[in-house]
Design a protein around this ligand. Structure first.
Ligand code: FES
Length: 572
């Protein structure tokens, strides 16, 4: 190796500061030669017992360390903000950008030459990739892997997806409390993240499709020994990547993003991927927008029969061949020349992949569902776009015209939705406002509004729902999400009133409010922006700087790559 490594700006030489840097590190028992110029690999760990999906990451990090040491590197693990989806209030999305800042500054400010990003729960993947992309130091992602299949009363049950079904059954009086508790235990029976094709699994697939993770990263269950082997191999590989100076900017090209969009479309991935991928592209300085999602995702079928679009789970996907097998099936749609962390192209990585279960991964010419992808809708109700996941929607509702039942806030929705006097029927369109990036703030996953009990009791299980919120990747239904601009900033959604007619046309990519321009203008004159909910603290920073959903909901001042030059100034 000829190039002097970045870490030597801390650990090299005989200066006073070098003494300080080495001496304090030696309190962990490092011998002299560990600071001899070998690659220092940061292991960016989102372990937290409050993020149950990532609670096994201390052990996973040990496997990465094995590989780093074997390849001649020095592994140093560091913690970053862990955005856990289930516990963090008011919503983990509020903190994705904060975590990305933590990651970026932790990498740039420390003596590391490359990083392994340990990600799992939904927001932990985009936050780490966004931070790493803004630094552009050699980086490789290791996902923590999904939980084993849930099993309840003889049937497979999926994280999240069956929660909505069970809770609706309880509300409709069809499931007992005891069965509800038993189902909780049966759903989450091993370490790992959600075992459906929810956001976490979509993110794990996304990083593999982007070329930022080793092949087969997406599907090995968390407790499968091959997950640990993959972590071990990633540890070896990141040391080589440092020697090769292979950086995210060489991998995160427009071609890589188009590959990811197409793969996410074909797996029936989460709508949240739209926001996260646009945000990552923004950090990498690659122009990716909703038009790319529609162009690349339009007319791709869904090949993967996984919940919430289908019936299988991530463990089944693993046994069927995992993401390489799926990518092989759709290789004619991919940029096969795109470079990956293996140092090889996508085409080389998947060349020998095979499918072992056609029930789980359907052949391209006999797809599981004809419509994959994410449909981007536009119209006078969403001038800057809104999204709908066709594979999780009801075919009968993809073209629909109905009267609005409007809720000004999520609290308003919860108060009135089960009111027997609410004028709502199966043809109504539920409209929820003020749940966008600035409005909530933080854009929570409330877009798949629960249906009114009186309709559930009639056997209704889906309705058209429209909001500026997001939806859990494990959820399903004919839900139009991410309406942009959001109601809080005066988007047309703010002007919708009860009994207005709304037209949804998925094929025509249309979302239209049947109210004249003149009437909308009159309503706008009387509209008042809601009062900001937070005058100080992080939420104030968030509300002042978060961009709209179609722009990835990143902070305006975080766009772009700021590089990884070691800061020259010292604090002592
Ligand atoms: Fe963590 Fe689903 S809640 S992955």
């Amino acid at each position: 190796m000829t190039k002097k490594l970045r870490s030597q700006a801390w650990f090299g030489g005989l200066g006073r500061d070098a003494f300080i840097h080495r001496s304090w590190m030696k309190n962990a028992g490092h011998p002299d030669d560990e600071f001899d110029g070998r690659p220092v690999i940061g292991i960016c760990n989102t372990f937290s017992e409050l993020t149950p999906c990532n609670a096994h990451f201390r052990q996973l990090a040990e496997y990465v360390k094995r590989g780093v040491r074997e390849a001649g590197g020095l592994p140093l693990e560091f913690p970053v903000f862990s955005c856990g989806e289930t516990n963090l209030r008011p919503t983990a999305m509020l903190f994705r950008n904060l975590a990305s800042m933590d990651v970026e500054e932790s990498i740039r400010g420390n003596p590391v030459d490359g990083v392994v990003l340990l990600t799992g729960c939904d927001k932990t993947t985009p936050s780490l990739v966004m931070g790493a992309a803004s630094c552009d130091l050699p980086s490789i992602v290791v996902s923590g892997g999904p939980m084993l299949n849930g099993q309840f009363e003889g049937c497979a049950i999926g994280s999240g997806t069956d929660v909505w079904r069970f809770s609706e059954n309880v509300r409709a009086g069809l499931m007992s409390a005891d069965a509800f508790y038993a189902a909780e235990s049966a759903m989450s029976r091993s370490p790992g993240h959600c075992n459906t094709m929810g956001t976490a699994s979509t993110m794990a697939s996304m990083v593999e499709a982007l070329g930022l993770a080793l092949p087969e990263n997406a599907a090995f269950p968390a407790v499968d020994s091959r997950r640990n082997r993959l972590a071990h191999l990633a540890g070896r590989r990141i040391v080589q990547m440092v020697h090769e100076d292979l950086k995210p900017s060489q991998i995160l090209t427009k071609a890589a993003f188009e590959n990811a969009i197409r793969v996410i479309g074909v797996i029936g991935g989460s709508t949240n991927a739209v926001i996260h991928l646009v945000a990552i592209a923004g950090r990498a300085g690659v122009p990716v927008n909703l038009d790319d999602w529609d162009r690349c995702g339009h007319e791709v079928p869904c090949l993967l029969n996984l919940m919430p679009s289908g019936k299988y789970l991530m463990e089944d996907f693993c046994y069927a061949g995992g993401l390489p097998a799926l990518m092989k099936e759709m290789e004619h749609l991919l940029h096969l020349e795109a470079l990956t962390v293996t140092g090889k192209s996508v085409g080389e990585n998947i060349s020998s992949a095979r499918c072992y279960n056609r029930e789980v991964i359907a052949p391209f010419d006999e797809p599981f569902q004809p419509h994959g992808g994410i449909a981007v809708l536009r119209g006078n109700l969403a001038p800057n776009g809104a999204v709908l996941k066709p594979s999780a929607a009801s075919p009968a509702l993809m073209r629909h015209r109905g009267r609005a039942v409007v809720f000004e806030t999520i609290e308003d929705f919860k108060t009135r939705i089960d009111d027997p006097a609410l004028p709502v029927d199966a043809s109504s369109v539920l409209v929820l406002k003020n749940c966008g990036p600035k409005g909530y703030p933080g854009m929570p996953e409330v877009g798949n509004m629960a249906l009114p009990v009186k309709l559930l009791k009639q056997g209704i299980r889906d309705m058209v729902r429209i909001s500026d919120a997001r939806m859990s990747g494990t959820a399903f239904g004919t839900t139009v999400l991410h309406v942009s601009p959001e109601a809080e900033v005066g988007g047309p959604l703010a002007l919708v009133r009860d009994r207005d007619y709304i037209e949804l046309d998925m094929e025509g990519r249309k979302l239209h409010l049947e109210v004249s321009d003149a009437e909308l203008e009159a309503r706008r004159k009387t509209w008042k922006p809601p009062r900001p909910s937070m005058a100080s603290g992080y939420q104030r920073l968030y509300v002042e700087h978060v961009m709209q959903a179609d722009q990835g909901a990143d902070f305006d001042f975080l766009l772009g790559c700021r590089g990884c030059a070691a800061p020259h100034r010292e604090s002592h």
